[in-house]
Design a protein around this ligand. Structure first.
Ligand code: SF4
Ligand code: SF4
Length: 318
């Protein structure tokens, strides 16, 4: 697979990356050896751009998959925490647990609109220091928010932007409400013109758009300013199909298996505390008339971020 330059950085990536959230504990929860085998298959097939996060708990999979792998890989990780010390811990943890002296890309994870950017300046300060010390090569932000993506273009120190975009606008936020793919695409173009390397997430809307395989991939692939897109693979055959898609050899008869995984909330166990409501980046959980949390499956991205926050483990993905 050919490599493309990521903005003004000296990092080159494949147009498709492997988002490893899928194989980890919050989604498929594969044993490390199995998940690492899927990732290694992607690496051996030429997909050598990996997206992970402190929150995903997937560093052991990456470390295992990279054993004996001779070629360079580009690893992007990120941290949700706001302070200098917490970001320092996160970068050190990534270097240690993946056994890498340098992490290619490190980001502030899921920056939201409003005061979030300012509230996390401690974390950003550490990322700039880590880059200056050579612990990371490029720094940036991941976001679901148009407002944040727009702002990224004007922040000189941001090297990379990892925005959410798909052809149905699923999960895009703008201010306090939903955003559109057109607005996010415009923000991406501006960031790219400002020299930021941009790679996209949630191309399939967290699995909800998998049935529109070609349309979903083509829309993001052809957007001006996008260098790569992260896909959450779980099986070897999914890697084969994406390679065929990108090389134009995918059978016209191909119909992907659609993911039937859904987030479910055990109404008996739920305390109605609302922690999951606050955690959901997509406002997909609400408290129903019985005082229990409920998921709006029309907008849930099946990201799994809510589940580990529940104090009584009432949220399950199956
Ligand atoms: S965090 Fe758990 S207990 Fe609290 S509202 Fe959500 S599902 Fe219910
Ligand atoms: S309900 Fe949970 S799985 Fe669905 S989008 Fe919100 S955080 Fe993600």
């Amino acid at each position: 697979m050919k490599h493309v330059k990521l903005g003004k950085s000296d990092i080159y990536v494949t147009p498709i990356g492997f988002g490893v959230l899928t194989i980890g504990p919050w989604q498929m929860n594969l044993p490390v050896s199995e998940g690492a085998a899927v990732l290694r298959y992607a690496l051996d097939s030429g997909i050598d751009f990996i997206d992970t996060a402190q929150y995903y708990q997937t560093y052991p999979y990456i470390k295992e998959a990279l054993k004996g792998f001779k070629n360079d890989v580009v690893i992007a990780s990120k941290c949700l925490d706001p302070s200098y010390e917490e970001m320092k811990t996160a970068v050190e943890e990534a270097r240690r647990e993946m056994d890498r002296d340098v992490i290619n890309i490190f980001m502030m994870h899921e920056v939201r609109a409003g005061s979030d950017w300012n509230d996390r300046q401690g974390a950003w300060e550490y990322l700039m220091e880590a880059k200056a010390k050579g612990y990371v090569k490029a720094i940036g932000i991941s976001t679901h928010h148009v407002d944040v993506a727009e702002r990224a273009a004007s922040i000189e120190a941001i090297d990379v932007l990892f925005p959410l975009i798909n052809f149905r606008s699923m999960g895009i936020r703008h201010g306090d409400g939903p955003g559109t793919k057109e607005d996010m695409a415009a923000a991406i173009r501006r960031a790219s013109e400002a020299g930021k390397g941009v790679f996209a997430m949630k191309v399939f809307g967290g699995g909800n758009l998998t049935g529109h395989y070609r349309e979903a991939i083509t829309y993001v692939r052809d957007l001006p300013g996008i260098s790569s897109m992260m896909i959450g693979f779980g099986y070897h055959y999914e890697i084969d199909r994406i390679l065929e898609m990108m090389s134009g050899t995918l059978s016209p008869d191909y119909i992907p298996e659609t993911s039937h995984k859904k987030i479910r909330i055990d109404q008996g166990d739920c305390l109605g505390c609302g922690i999951c409501v606050k955690r959901c980046p997509n406002n997909a959980i609400f408290i129903n008339i019985n005082g229990k949390a409920e998921v709006d499956h029309e907008i849930c991205l099946t990201c799994g971020y809510c589940a580990p926050k529940c104090p009584v483990l009432a949220i399950i993905m199956f």
